[in-house]
Design a binder for this molecule. Structure first.
Ligand SMILES: Cc1ncc(COP(=O)(O)O)c(C=O)c1O
Length: 368
């Protein structure tokens, strides 16, 4: 028997439930281009998230790229963001012809340090793209204040935070827009997928056109759009998985509580702070090895030898990627806290069906 433990494992409905959901596609032969499943998932998400509008995408990255494009910002404008994120966040900014300006992060929850944003604002600043990293919520109130004070737009990379609420409000509802990823590894998945959430009515048509080549009528193409449509099989997976989201999050919570009971308070091991007013989705379990008897890399190797996957998530920082080396704003030394964490953090295996026995096995390797 293979007793390896992977760092993640996609949640799926039963085979029968998914087959039942996709059955009608064999009658309709309507496989993509905003069919019934697409429409139903969109409505269900608007209701679930309590947001006026959801536009579905084939993946989270294109959702983020398009939502930034929808702001129609001047090329070369500066966008304040953090380097402690997945490649997608920074790439989405740069692929829109904008310049990422990297702000450092908070040491306790790894989100953008809002007290350091203001010093980075210049006359060229056009937007902020903060990240609800690991599902931890950014200081949305301070970011909203800064956005109003300086007249700059805010698009949240909420890829990790589906199902998370701050003061009872979904992270879908903050900023000019928020993007979720529904990638297979996320708490809620549509195999690949994502969406943009927003309140501005005029964006519904704009984003729907942008994700469909900019075609606005049978003979009219108004925008230089791309193809980023979610297909019917993806949407059907989402409809099924949404039914089980509550159970998914409950099970993850049990796993996280077990990890905490073993690792909290150990000298040299630091866990993410628990945020007041936040309902978590338990998306990731990051551990910072800071002055522990083993380094992060040693723990990574020890776990690998025991057949246990872990991720250096996020390492390297995006501001030290090769592709940004020549950017005037690049350089990990400008974001020392992010660099400190990136060199010391590991995310441990976490998925709904991870057994508590396996959590013990993982912790035993770390602690001995
Ligand atoms: C923080 C962050 N932003 C953006 C993305 C991009 O989402 P997707 O993989 O759905 O394209 C991811 C994906 O994992 C992510 O973790």
């Amino acid at each position: 028997m293979n007793d390896n433990i992977l760092v993640t494992r996609s949640s799926m409905p039963s085979y029968e439930e998914y087959c039942e959901e996709i059955k009608e596609l064999w009658d309709s032969h309507w496989l993509t281009n905003m069919g019934n499943k697409h429409q139903l998932l969109q409505q269900e998400l608007e209701e679930f998230l309590g947001i006026e509008h959801v536009v579905l995408y084939t993946n989270g990255h294109l959702a983020l790229e398009n939502s930034i494009a929808a702001l129609n910002l001047p090329k070369g404008g500066e966008v304040i963001t953090t380097p402690f994120t997945f490649a997608s966040t920074t790439h989405a900014i740069v692929r829109n012809g904008l310049v990422p300006v990297f702000c450092d992060i908070r040491e306790d929850v790894f989100t953008i340090d809002v007290d350091k944003i203001e010093e980075l604002i210049t006359p060229n600043t056009v937007a902020i793209v903060p990240v609800h990293v690991y599902g931890n919520v950014c200081d949305v109130e301070k970011i909203d204040y800064l956005s109003k004070k300086y007249g700059i737009k805010v698009i949240y990379d909420a890829a990790h935070s589906f199902g998370v609420k701050y003061k009872g409000i979904s992270t879908a509802c903050f900023g000019d827009a928020a993007m979720f990823s529904f990638h297979a590894t996320k708490v809620f998945n549509t195999i690949e997928g994502g969406c943009v959430c927003f309140k501005n009515d005029s964006w519904v048509k704009l984003l729907n056109d942008m994700k469909n080549f900019g075609i606005i009528g049978p003979e009219t193409v108004e925008y230089v759009g791309g193809n980023a449509k979610m297909n019917e099989f993806q949407a059907a997976m989402g409809i099924c998985n949404l039914r089980h989201l509550g159970e998914e999050i409950r099970k993850r919570k049990t796993v996280v509580e077990k990890y905490r009971s073993r690792l909290e308070g150990v000298d040299g091991i630091r866990l993410s702070a628990i945020q007041e007013d936040v309902e978590s989705n338990y998306a990731y379990f990051p551990v910072v090895f800071d002055g522990y008897k083993y380094t992060r890399n040693e723990i990574f190797e020890k776990l690998a030898k025991a057949g246990i996957g872990a991720r250096k998530y996020f390492y390297p920082l995006t501001n030290s990627f090769d592709c940004y080396r020549n950017y005037p704003t690049a350089g990990a030394e400008r974001t020392p806290i992010a660099q400190h964490i990136a060199l010391r953090v590991l995310t441990l295996p976490l998925y709904a069906d991870l057994s508590l026995k396996d959590v013990d096995r993982i912790c035993d390797v770390i602690l001995t």
